[in-house]
Design a protein around this ligand. Structure first.
Ligand code: PMT
Length: 402
């Protein structure tokens, strides 16, 4: 078990879900972890320190200024001792306070004082969870490198239904175990393209498409979570950079190609998820093109853009090269043709004929093809799909498909 002898500092916030923390301590200990517990004042109204002491086998820390506790394992030592800090339940108040960097009680102080990874498991009323202030706090915590597990969706102690349930003890334990397990893409270098490109017509107009970058950014986040070193070359999108990722912003296909070729030599895997414009205008006007009164039509002369994916797959020492094929008809046929013509190791055929999948949607489905086989990945959210695609890539790469 990956949790054997791992030191877990469990912070328990003041919510009704605090009762589940007792079970969590047991599950973590069953898996071989050493668990020490820190409780907020509010948490002690729901469950007693004595219960947690009996289950963890250690005194429970409840007070920042407790001479007896400081004489044994002080709060700074506790923070240093931890291999992983888990806050479960993390109430709306606790999330806000961790985000603000408060140091007036033990849980938030431990988060500040530790260099171990910190995980928060939100649990609160669904309306409080969906409130913009809570969502902003969660986003900012993730931007600071704090991991969020959950919440679950379902019926709540307050009688309402929605997102805000604390994950079950088994699920938190499984995630903690996965956290310490060797990762599928550990130390693998992955270069990705995402989003659209913009091909200028004049200083104020351009040719582009509806790619939001969500699929490519989900792949970047999933690859990082699976242990990879990720470089993301992104066209113009309105998305935050996922934690831990090197991002290079570009506008045009030519700029995207230059950025990719500059990075490509160090890469083990290349994934072309960007919707690159196939053509650009032959001559970009220096000034805004004026509407004329003498004609109702105008003609733009276009020239082919470089094919970034094909340039990568032609390299002598090419990385494992994966393309996407966004199609509205004969999807598999066209994807197979691209797999062969562009000399790829794998291609993800993306049917973009339905508005709720593919371009600018939160969900997607893919049919993944390689030279000897294919595998369907049914519709789901883009992060889950990204993990599934990366797992297939890791398998095929291990089987020596390059
Ligand atoms: O960004 P989202 O809103 O989340 O949408 C995701 C997506 C639909 C854009 C994505 O899943 C997808 O399918 N991306 C590929 C879109 C595309 O342009 O497909 P294509 O069939 O035109 O191109 C085939 C492959 O060649 C792609 O890997 C593309 O990145 C690459 N290409 C294309 C042209 C070019 N000049 N250079 C390239 O590298």
């Amino acid at each position: 078990m990956s949790l054997t002898n791992k030191n877990i500092l469990l912070g328990i916030g003041g919510g009704i879900a605090a009762y589940k923390s007792a079970e969590l301590v047991r599950r973590l200990k069953d898996c071989g972890a050493n668990v020490r517990v820190v409780m907020s004042q509010g948490a002690q109204a729901f469950i007693t320190p004595l219960t947690l002491q009996a289950l963890s086998g250690h005194p429970v820390a409840t007070d920042l200024l407790d001479p007896a506790a400081e004489a044994a394992m002080g709060h700074i030592e506790l923070a240093r001792w931890a291999d992983l800090v888990i806050i479960a339940p993390a109430t709306a108040n606790l999330l806000a306070r961790v985000n603000a960097g408060m140091a007036d009680e033990l849980i938030t102080t431990s988060c500040l004082a530790t260099d171990a990874p910190v995980v928060v498991c939100p649990a609160m009323n669904q309306q409080m969870y969906q409130n913009q202030a809570t969502q902003d706090n969660l986003q900012q915590l993730q931007d600071k490198g704090i991991t969020v597990w959950g919440p679950g969706i379902g019926s709540q102690a307050c009688g309402e239904t929605g997102p805000g349930r604390l994950l079950e003890a088994d699920e938190i334990t499984q995630r903690a175990n996965d956290f310490f397990s060797p990762k599928l893409l550990e130390k693998i270098n992955i270069l990705l393209t995402a989003g659209p490109t913009r091909e200028a017509i004049d200083p104020v107009r351009y040719i582009s498409n509806h790619s939001s970058g969500k699929m490519g950014f989900a792949l970047a986040k999933a690859a990082y979570d699976l242990g990879a070193n990720v470089t993301l070359v992104s066209g113009p999108v309105n998305l935050n950079t996922p934690q831990g990722i090197t991002r290079i912003d570009v506008d045009s296909a030519a700029q995207m190609q230059a950025a990719v070729m500059e990075q490509i030599n160090e890469q083990d895997i290349f994934i072309g998820c960007a919707a690159v414009a196939d053509y650009r205008v032959t001559e970009v006007a220096d000034n805004k093109i004026k509407k004329t009164t003498d004609a109702d039509t105008m003609t733009l002369k276009l020239i082919k853009n470089p094919d970034i994916l094909a340039s990568v797959s032609q390299l002598k020492n090419k990385p494992f090269t994966v393309g996407f094929a966004a199609e509205t008809q004969d999807v598999i046929h066209y994807a197979k043709e691209k797999l062969i013509r562009k000399n790829l190791d794998m291609i993800a055929a993306n049917d973009v004929s339905q508005a709720e999948l593919g371009f600018n949607a939160d969900n997607n489905a893919l049919c993944v093809l390689w030279h000897e086989g294919q595998h369907m990945l049914p519709a789901t959210d883009k992060y889950t799909l990204a993990k599934q695609l990366l797992s297939l890539i890791a398998q095929r790469r291990r089987n020596g498909s390059t």
